[in-house]
Design a protein. Sequence first.
Lengths: 115, 111
Amino acid sequence: DAGITQSPRHKVTETGTPVTLRCHQTENHRYMYWYRQDPGHGLRLIHYSYGVKDTDKGEVSDGYSVSRSKTEDFLLTLESATSSQTSVYFCAISSPGGTNTGELFFGEGSRLTVL
Amino acid sequence: KQEVTQIPAALSVPEGENLVLNCSFTDSAIYNLQWFRQDPGKGLTSLLLIQSSQREQTSGRLNASLDKSSGRSTLYIAASQPGDSATYLCAVEPGTYKYIFGTGTRLKVLA
């Protein structure tokens, strides 16, 4: 299994509060991603990073920000959580080069409920 | 805009049956296509990765094929078992390292 740890795994918060989800990898992969998974929508990319301090938006980035100060950590922040951000959030990693270049590996997910 | 479709959304089969799951995509300019398995409440597990120069990949009872010109991939599961029950997702990567996912096929294998 790819060494990806997400924290917290479960969180309940109230509308308007800030929330930070953390993804930690031990694989030294260059690319890191945050996806959200919702019924009827599948997995949608929020933000991704292609290196330390290098990030870019995905298709559903509004209301989210990210930071990557170290290769192994990728943080997702909801500045002011809304009920529409209730979801399961997945971190993923991949790397160019090697036999299976670009293969995507996922963490176990973080379930966020915004009341 | 690339769109990925998986039909059917759900499938029930008796144990032992060979089955095919389908994945179609609208833009044939893809680099990678990857199949995943997701168990309830869990993350996604990578099953097979097909790179642009490849037409198929095999792992145990699983075989995935890719036809870029027709915008299709199939995942073949031989001799299905109850333990194969899960949601299967495909995702395409157009060379930008940003994967686009289908909504999955929920498979139930009946004992």
